[in-house]
Design a protein. Structure first.
Length: 277
């Protein structure tokens, strides 16, 4: 049985990831970023520094677009069973595009579409879960419910210092963003069930680190949360410090640090830190 796992690029993975796994192919359908008339396809080739510099230009006009149904449909080839994992449907049309592709595919009975209800590391944790299910010979008809259960058990915490893209797209309240910027507050947020909520308001990096650890301690289930993915944009020092802090308290966790690619850097900007577990 040949499997293919497909995600959108909101997971900050590329087609080079998760290769050479016997019986499993992996492919990414890229989102697209539009800035000042220039198009950036989020396939791992974006120069983040160039993109972020364009965003800093006065009155920069920008937007993003999700993969079309065709982008998903053309990837539904070369395997017997397909698992598609997308960015939360509350913030993007990627999930709807994937479902449309499934419905018009001749292999629709062999396609599962999962709404991650988050992004970034949360999507990648679901990729890992899908691989685990495949390798343990889980029947295909049981995978959808098991992956949706994994969605409910996955957590995403984030801190950002620039709210501009999130405000422009309506993904975060303009007044909250203004106050956080004006008062130099470092907010800790959570993305759960597709909703972004600000949990803590920290004044210092030390306080932010402590809040991350407190939330992870409250939300983590020691027997379930075995992986932790820290994603950062131009914030490697804090990412490393946070990794060490989490590892001291959760010695069983496998923790990796990754750089945000195009789309996630577009929304999170420099100084961001996102933790999925």
């Amino acid at each position: 049985m040949r499997y293919k796992i497909i995600t959108d690029s909101a997971c900050s993975l590329t087609n080079m990831d998760y290769q050479n796994i016997e019986g499993i192919q992996f492919e990414v359908a890229p989102l697209t970023i539009h800035i000042q008339g220039k198009e950036f396809v989020d396939d791992g080739s974006i120069d983040n520094k160039e993109m972020l510099a364009l965003l800093k230009e006065k009155d920069a006009v920008s937007s993003t677009s999700c993969p079309s149904p065709h982008e998903y449909l053309k990837r539904l080839v070369g395997a017997d069973k397909y698992i598609i994992i997308t960015l939360t449907s509350k913030l993007s049309g990627s999930f709807n595009s994937a479902n449309t592709a499934k419905m018009i595919s001749k292999d629709k009975d062999n396609v599962i579409v999962i709404d991650s209800k988050a992004a970034l590391g949360s999507e990648e944790l679901l990729v890992k879960k899908a691989i685990e299910l495949i390798q343990s010979n889980t029947p295909f008809e049981k995978m959808e419910s098991l992956l949706n259960k994994a969605v409910s058990e996955t957590n995403l915490l984030f801190s950002i210092s620039n709210f501009e893209s999130l405000v422009k797209s309506g993904r975060i309240n303009k007044i909250i963003a203004f106050l956080a910027t004006k008062l130099k507050i470092k907010p800790l947020g959570i993305a759960k069930n597709g909703i972004i909520e600000l949990k803590e308001k920290c004044r210092t990096n030390k306080g932010l680190m402590r809040s991350y650890l407190n939330e992870i301690t409250k939300m983590s289930k020691h027997d379930q949360n075995t992986y932790c993915i820290i994603s950062e944009t131009e914030n490697s020092t804090m990412a490393e410090a946070l990794k060490n802090l989490i590892q001291e308290n959760f010695s069983q966790m496998k923790i990796v640090i990754k750089k945000n690619l195009g789309l996630c850097s577009y929304y999170a900007r420099e100084g961001s830190l996102i933790v999925a577990f």
